[in-house]
Design a protein around this ligand. Structure first.
Ligand code: ATP
Ligand code: MG
Length: 420
């Protein structure tokens, strides 16, 4: 049996890295009063159509949709923000009348061409600061992204930021932009041509050289922004400068989802090829209302864990030592099982990790396996130990051997604890 294209098993060797990322994120989030939220992986298809938007690649090409036994249209979530906005409304989280700070980590699904840094099931770690229009909120979420990346040892990146204004401003801009592009319609790349009337802003994002040349002289969205949009953006930039967070203003940065307004940003690394964006985020002040909730502004981001790991894996591997079982339990002979079961409960009580050999091989073989497991010591119970009411401890680094009387097991535990 093969696994599905674009999906991956995450094996125990790698899980330690994931756990480290999760632990670090959880620590940083807690300091800033962000609370973890877990929403379902399946949602009604309409949630994503209404939030992410009908003209977007995600909705048009990338969603995993299916109809369930009761003819409901269901989608495996392609991102986290829409679900959180829905949960925010359904659970009336706005009732507490304060800023709701939430974070999440979980699998997302997009039907894309799998390649390095692009999977069909991937994971995002994200946060949402819901309930404030203050540009301090934008600065806060960006600061936390930087803090997290720094703490995880990721430094080789740049941040691009832009303001995409408000819906009305974008409407006016789209009109001029389309008018500008129409004479070049046949010179645009296919993808951009298809987006000309459905999602023209995404053409700004095109990687095609010819299209890029055409866009170079196009009207600029910034010139269509009104004072509140400009002011908000200036404030965010001012705070980032104060915080010493480097950024480049990229006036062509737009995001792939419809629901953003004002701030949009991306964190890109230089060490990956084309899949170079590790974090994307922005402000979405109208999403919650659009989904039937009250008018509550919000700002957030999501980091792609697989892409992040491509950059920091080696470094993290050096930093994190896998938890090797400290003692290997070797039994050999009759009636040793109950003795070892007693010992295991004692080790557990003392928080000493163990690996019980279940193969009943010769002691020699068991010792070899203990070595391969990276255990520090082996505890041996054979007929000899049963007869003499003792347990033998063998230190694997020195092969030194010592017997401990079962009556006085504390001595053995103390010796093991010192090895921990
Ligand atoms: P891209 O332009 O690379 O397709 P995107 O704009 O679609 O990215 P977002 O929706 O902003 O991505 O998602 C945030 C982050 O999630 C991305 O920056 C990336 O790190 C990660 N991500 C998105 N799609 C995938 C995928 N198919 N496989 C792995 N990671 C992904
Ligand atoms: Mg994408």
């Amino acid at each position: 049996m093969q696994l599905l294209r674009g999906t991956k098993d995450i094996l125990p060797d790698e899980i330690v890295l994931w756990q480290h990322i999760e632990k670090t994120a959880s620590k940083i989030m807690k300091l800033a009063n962000y609370h973890e939220i877990r929403t379902p992986i399946i949602e009604p298809t309409s949630l994503f159509k209404r939030s992410i938007g009908n003209g977007t690649d995600i909705v048009n090409k990338e969603m995993y949709n299916f109809t369930d036994q009761n003819s409901r249209e269901i989608t495996l979530r392609p991102e986290g923000t829409a679900s959180i906005a829905r949960a925010f409304i359904n659970n009336k989280l706005y009732k507490n009348n304060t800023t709701n700070r939430l974070w999440y980590l979980g699998p997302m699904f997009r039907y894309e061409r799998p390649q390095q840094g692009r999977q069909r099931q991937f994971h995002q770690l994200g946060l949402e600061c819901i309930g404030s229009l203050n540009p301090m909120a934008d600065a806060e979420v960006i600061r936390i992204a930087h803090k997290l990346l720094k703490e995880l040892g990721c430094s080789n990146y740049t941040m691009e930021i832009n303001s995409i204004g408000q819906l009305e401003e974008r409407k006016k801009y789209k009109q001029s932009f389309i008018e500008y592009l129409e004479p070049y319609i046949n010179d645009l790349d296919n993808n951009s041509r298809n987006k000309l009337y459905t999602n023209p802003l995404k053409i700004l994002d095109s990687k095609d050289i010819k299209t890029k040349e055409i866009i170079y002289n196009a009207p600029c969205l910034h010139d269509y922004l009104d004072t509140p949009s400009k002011k908000h953006f200036e404030k965010v930039c001012e705070y980032l400068e104060f915080l010493n967070i480097q950024y480049n203003i990229n006036k062509q940065l737009v995001r792939g989802l419809d629901y953003y307004n004002y701030t949009a940003f991306e964190i890109k690394t230089k060490s990956l090829g084309t899949q170079d964006t590790i974090c994307g985020g922005g402000r979405y002040d109208s999403l919650i209302q659009e989904l039937g909730g009250p008018s509550v502004p919000a700002v957030g981001w999501a980091i792609g864990i697989e892409r992040l790991l491509l950059i920091i894996r080696d470094q993290l591997n050096n930093k994190i030592q896998e938890n090797k079982p400290i003692v290997y339990l070797a039994i050999n002979g009759q009636n040793t099982e109950k003795e070892i079961l007693n010992l295991i409960q004692l080790l557990e009580q003392k928080g000493i990790s163990y690996h019980l050999d279940l193969d009943n091989n010769s002691l020699q073989k068991q010792l070899k396996k203990a070595d391969r497991q990276g255990a520090k010591a082996c505890l041996i119970i054979r007929d000899y130990e049963i007869t003499n009411n003792c347990i033998t401890l063998k230190k694997l680094s020195t092969s030194e051997q010592k017997q401990f009387n079962i009556i006085n097991i504390d001595n053995l535990i103390q010796t093991l604890e010192k090895m921990n």
